[in-house]
Design a protein. Structure first.
Length: 187
């Protein structure tokens, strides 16, 4: 997918703790020295209640300008201060956007966008997310999950995926990837 001429942006969506960041890091590393902008929604969410605001920022501040061949950008969220931080921008070119809500509410299909849905069972995801954030996510899990489920109910993002990556298996094992035709391959 990173070497197809008709793909210019890869959106990686899925619930918290499913493995989106790890998958995105692997994709960018596979590009080697070729320039690839990586945008993480964790840098965009304006606090724990900011899923919908981040979705809007990605659609209008990043993907909108990117589609026009222009530089896009956003204000990073300073999690330590719980306030907007420095400005970040992204130049036109190959773009990887990863995070909860990356597909957004825009259901239009574009050959230049490739949608990857990363999934894992709820119990696995929750354990991963809470361990990863070393207690910082614990008190916010329920509120975040409610926003997440509202987004899924509204936008049905998994249905829009070009491929689905199941990360239930330990990282050392092969993950399951389902493509458009429903075929399953190892990664």
């Amino acid at each position: 997918m990173l070497h197809r001429d008709d793909v210019s942006a890869i959106l990686i969506d899925g619930p918290s703790g499913s493995g989106k960041s790890t998958f995105a890091d692997s994709l960018v590393a596979a590009r080697g020295a070729r320039p690839t902008a990586l945008v993480r929604l964790d840098d965009i969410y304006p606090g724990w209640s900011g899923l919908d605001a981040a979705i809007e920022t990605v659609q209008t501040g990043i993907l909108g300008p990117w589609r026009r061949g222009e530089r896009g950008g956003w204000r990073r969220w300073d999690w330590a201060r719980n306030e907007p931080g420095e400005w970040a921008d992204v130049a036109p070119g190959l773009l990887v956007v990863e995070g909860c809500g990356a597909f957004g509410d825009d259901v239009t299909r574009s050959r230049v966008l490739f949608h990857v849905w990363v999934s894992a069972p709820d119990a696995v995801r929750k354990t991963r997310a809470l361990e990863r954030d070393a207690g910082g996510f614990d008190e916010h899990w329920t509120m975040w999950d409610e926003q997440w489920r509202a987004y899924v109910d509204r936008a049905d993002p998994e249905r829009r995926a070009d491929i689905v990556v199941d990360t239930d298996a330990p990282a050392a094992e092969t993950h399951t990837i389902r493509g458009d035709a429903g075929s399953t391959v190892g990664s």
